[in-house]
Design a protein around this ligand. Structure first.
Ligand code: 56B
Length: 306
């Protein structure tokens, strides 16, 4: 995660389309100094959880497909989380490694009870197959063994995930530099930590090393809060709902500046309140705020990473 932090900071200081407003950061941090917002994991009540290894398998499958819902106006993360939960409750072997390797697009749709093709459906199926075959090859078919191999270290688990599962390698080139964001690998760690309440499969001695998860909701929230400012050209692209290419300068700046800004908010809140706040806590607070504001305009990039 050190690479996520340092490369995002590099983007933030070389950005052409997104600016970080330090007065905005101070305002947000000041508002938090007396009470640091805490949002419960699964505040929506949509996730599968049975306190055991099947929950780990569920979360890994969920986060393997936790990206790009916006092309379908009616689809959201909730449908994926609750659809996979219902599928698992109906058939406890639905996410066994051998089954994951066989799903087709129409079968996945049926599993989620979604009436039409999912956005990036072929990619979702490809990633499911990748998860099934690599879990089988290296972890006896079980995501819980992958988590155990991390030895209670969030950083080690993210390393393991990105080295074994190419679909989680969320990195890109920006102005000649490699930039790491690792959104889905990190959110899996955060989901374990939140679901298991920091115990058992959710125990990580370095949870503070996780950054926020650079998606398309949090940048919109930070812009609304006056923390991010966009160039007129980027504002137009977002307001007109134009697609922004994956890997473009604009897209990388939107994501990396979010990571950097949340780190700055975290540092400042910790300094002025004297209490330690985690980026993962700030992320969930910002995200939960964003999803109840339908008027927020977010950027649109076709990507398997977020
Ligand atoms: N930064 C950040 N991004 C997050 C999440 C989550 C869900 N986390 C769960 C963990 C505990 C809670 O109880 C949550 O349920 C999803 N996303 C992203 O949002 C986008 C979906 O938006 P829409 O199309 O409107 O559904 C998409 O990029 C998706 O990947 C988060 O926590 N942080």
């Amino acid at each position: 995660m050190e690479q996520v932090r340092s490369t995002s900071a590099w983007v933030a200081s070389n950005a052409s389309h997104v600016t970080i407003d330090y007065a905005g950061i101070e305002k947000v941090a000041e508002n938090m100094k007396d009470s640091i917002p805490k949002v419960e994991w699964d505040f929506e009540g949509i996730h599968y959880f049975d306190n055991g290894p099947l929950s780990v398998q569920y979360l890994f499958v969920l986060d393997a497909m936790n990206f790009c819902f916006w092309p379908d106006n009616d689809l959201s993360y909730d449908h994926l989380a609750s659809g996979l939960k219902a599928a698992l409750e109906a058939d406890k072997s639905a996410f066994d490694a051998d089954r994951l390797q066989k799903y087709t697009g129409p079968e996945l749709r049926k599993l989620l009870k979604w009436p039409r093709p999912l956005p990036l459906e072929d990619e979702r199926v490809r990633l499911l197959h990748e998860v099934g075959s690599e879990l089988e090859r290296s972890f006896d078919g079980k995501a819980s063994n992958l988590v155990k191999s991390g030895g209670k270290s969030a950083a080690r688990l993210v390393d393991l995930i990105t080295s074994h599962f190419p679909g989680f390698r969320d990195h890109t080139m920006y102005k000649g530099h490699q930039v790491f964001l690792y959104k889905r690998a990190q959110i899996f760690v955060a989901d374990l930590w939140g679901a298991f309440k920091g115990q058992d499969y959710g125990e990580f001695n370095d949870i503070s090393s996780i950054t926020m998860f650079a998606d398309y909701i949090v940048p919109a929230v930070l812009e609304q809060l006056g923390v991010l400012r966009y160039s007129p050209c980027l504002s137009n692209l977002i307001e007109s709902k134009s697609e922004i290419c994956s890997g473009s300068e604009e897209e990388v700046e939107l994501r990396a500046c979010c990571v950097y800004a949340v780190e700055k908010i975290r540092d400042l809140v910790t300094k002025i309140s004297g209490k330690q706040v985690l980026s993962v806590e700030l992320d969930l607070w910002l995200w939960s705020f964003g999803i109840v504001c339908p008027s927020l305009q977010h950027h649109r990039t076709l990507s398997i990473y977020y």
